[in-house]
Write a protein of this length. Structure first.
Length: 451
C-alpha cells in the first residue's frame, strides 16, 4: 500500500480504536447504572412487600393478643363473680396472666381490689373509659393511655364489664408496647434494610416531615423543596437519580409508599456508588493508558511513514545529484579519480576509462592498485606526503599499439584530520607532445637550410 494511502488509513484506524474504547467505557458505565436501577427497584419492591406482610402479620398477631387479653379478663370476671377474689388469689392470677397490673372496680367505678407486679403507684384509668365500658359493655377495644409518670410514654389498658356491676381492668405497660413496636413496627423493617452494606440511608417522607428513617448523617432534601420528589409522587412510579452529598455520590431511588391503595409518602433509598466509582476509575485509567499507547503507536507510525517518504525523496535527490555530478565529470576534458582514506576508488569518470581502456565496474569501489604503476606511484605519493602536486607530472603510458603522454596532478580534500580524499587529475597530452616534437624538428630543418 502506498505511503500516501497508508498514512490516512492508519490515522483513521487509531481514531476508530480510541473512539471504540471510549464507547465501550460508556457502555459499561450505563450497564452498571442500569444494574443499580434494577437492583434498587427490586430492593424497594421487596421492602414494600415485606412491610405489607409485616403489617398484616402484626395485625393478625395483635388480634390474637387482644383475644387472649380479653379471655384472661373474662376469666377473672367470672371467677370474681361467683366468689369475690382475695388479694392473694388476685396476686396469683396476676402472675400467670401476663398483665403488669389488675384493677377491680365497683358500681361507683372505685377500685376495690388491685394487684400489680411493681411497687410503684397504680395506673389511673380515665373515668370516661370506665363509664363507657360500664354503660355500653364495650369490651372490643384496647385503650392506649398516656402515663409519663409511670410507664415512660404510655400504657395499654383492657377493660371488661363485671356482671354484678363495675369493671375489671388489665394493664399492659409501655415497655411491652415498645417491644411490640420494635419487633413489628415499620421502623424496625427500615432498620433491617438500612443495615445492608450497599444502603447508605433509607427514609419514608411526606410533604410534612420524615415519618421514619435511618439517615446515617446524610442531610436529605425536603419534599417541598425537591421537584424530583414531587414529580415521582405525582407519577406514582419508581424513579432514580444520581445525587451529590458531602460524604460522596449516591444513587437514590424513590417510590410512592401506599397503605390500602392510599399514598402516605415517598420511600427514599440511597445506595452507595463506591463500587461504581472504583469501576469507572479503573476503566478510565485503562482507557487513558490504552489511548495514550495507541497515540504513541500512531505517532511512531506517522513518523515512520514521514521518514520513509523523506528518505525516498532524499534518495531520489541524491540519485539526481549523483547523476548530475557524473554527467559533469563525464563531460570534462580531464580524467578524474578520487581515492578515499582507505585507498578505495570512489569516483572515476569516462575520460579515465577511455584512456586506460578500463571498465567502470572493474575499478569503482576497488583498491587503487588496479591502476597502472604510474598512477599508483602518484596516488601513493599524494597519500603519503599529503601534498598536492599542482605542477603537472608527465608520464609515458605504454600501449600495445601506441604510447600516450599523460599529465598527472594531485590535490587533497580534507574532511577532517583523520579523513583525507586524494583527487587525481589526468590529461592526455600526447598530441601536444607530438606538436612540440614536430616544432623542434621544423626548427632544426630550418636551421640546416640556412647553412
Amino acid at each position: 500500500m502506498p505511503p500516501q494511502v497508508l498514512l490516512p488509513v492508519a490515522a483513521a484506524g487509531v481514531i476508530i480504536i480510541i473512539v471504540s474504547a471510549f464507547l465501550e467505557y460508556r457502555s459499561r458505565s450505563n450497564d452498571y447504572l442500569n444494574m443499580l436501577d434494577k437492583s434498587a427497584a427490586l430492593f424497594i419492591e421487596t421492602l414494600l412487600n415485606t412491610a405489607q406482610y409485616s403489617f398484616t402479620a402484626a395485625a393478625e398477631l395483635e388480634n390474637e393478643i387482644n383475644k387472649n387479653i380479653y379471655a384472661n379478663l373474662n376469666l377473672i370476671e367470672r371467677v370474681d363473680r361467683n366468689t369475690p377474689l382475695s388479694d392473694a388469689e388476685l396476686k396469683d392470677i396476676l402472675s400467670i396472666s401476663g398483665f403488669a397490673e389488675i384493677q377491680v372496680y365497683d358500681n361507683n367505678l372505685r377500685i376495690v381490689k388491685k394487684s400489680f407486679l411493681s411497687v410503684e403507684a397504680p395506673v389511673t384509668i380515665p373515668q370516661y373509659i370506665l363509664r363507657n365500658v360500664q354503660q355500653n359493655g364495650d369490651n372490643k377495644s384496647l385503650y392506649v393511655i398516656p402515663d409519663t409518670v409511670r410507664y415512660e410514654e404510655d400504657f395499654m389498658a383492657a377493660v371488661v364489664k363485671r356482671k354484678n356491676g363495675g369493671a375489671v381492668a388489665g394493664i399492659i405497660n409501655g415497655e411491652k408496647i415498645q417491644y411490640f413496636r420494635k419487633i413489628f413496627g415499620f421502623g424496625q423493617i427500615l432498620k433491617s434494610y438500612a443495615e445492608s452494606e450497599s444502603v447508605e440511608y433509607i427514609a419514608l417522607e411526606n410533604d410534612q416531615t420524615i415519618i421514619a428513617g435511618f439517615l446515617e448523617g446524610y442531610s436529605i432534601s425536603s419534599f417541598s423543596d425537591d421537584a424530583f420528589l414531587q414529580q415521582a409522587f405525582r407519577d406514582e412510579a419508581l424513579k432514580s437519580r444520581i445525587i451529590e452529598y458531602d460524604q460522596g455520590t449516591l444513587f437514590e431511588a424513590v417510590a410512592p409508599y401506599t397503605i390500602d391503595n392510599e399514598p402516605i409518602g415517598l420511600l427514599r433509598m440511597g445506595i452507595s456508588m463506591a463500587e461504581y466509582d472504583a469501576i469507572t476509575t479503573r476503566a478510565e485509567r485503562r482507557m487513558f493508558i490504552f489511548s495514550g499507547l495507541m497515540l504513541v503507536i500512531g505517532l511512531v507510525f506517522v513518523n515512520f511513514v514521514l521518514s520513509y517518504r523523506h528518505r525516498k525523496l532524499l534518495r531520489k535527490e541524491l540519485s539526481y545529484l549523483d547523476k548530475y555530478t557524473n554527467t559533469i565529470l563525464d563531460n570534462l576534458e580531464s580524467g578524474v579519480i578520487t581515492i578515499n582514506d582507505s585507498g578505495i576508488v570512489k569516483v572515476i569518470n569516462r575520460k579515465v576509462s577511455t584512456l586506460l581502456r578500463l571498465d567502470y565496474t572493474d575499478v569503482y569501489d576497488k583498491s587503487y592498485s588496479v591502476f597502472p604503476d604510474i598512477f599508483v606511484e602518484a596516488i601513493e605519493s599524494c597519500r603519503k606526503d599529503l601534498k598536492t602536486l599542482k605542477k603537472p607530472q608527465y608520464y609515458l603510458l605504454p600501449g600495445s599499439r601506441e604510447s600516450k603522454w599523460l599529465s598527472l596532478r594531485t590535490t587533497l580534500l580534507k574532511e577532517d584530520e583523520n579523513k583525507v580524499t586524494c583527487i587525481l587529475l589526468v590529461d592526455d597530452i600526447t598530441e601536444q607532445v607530438q606538436l612540440e616534437e614536430q616544432k623542434r624538428m621544423n626548427e632544426k630543418l630550418a636551421a640546416m637550410r640556412r647553412l
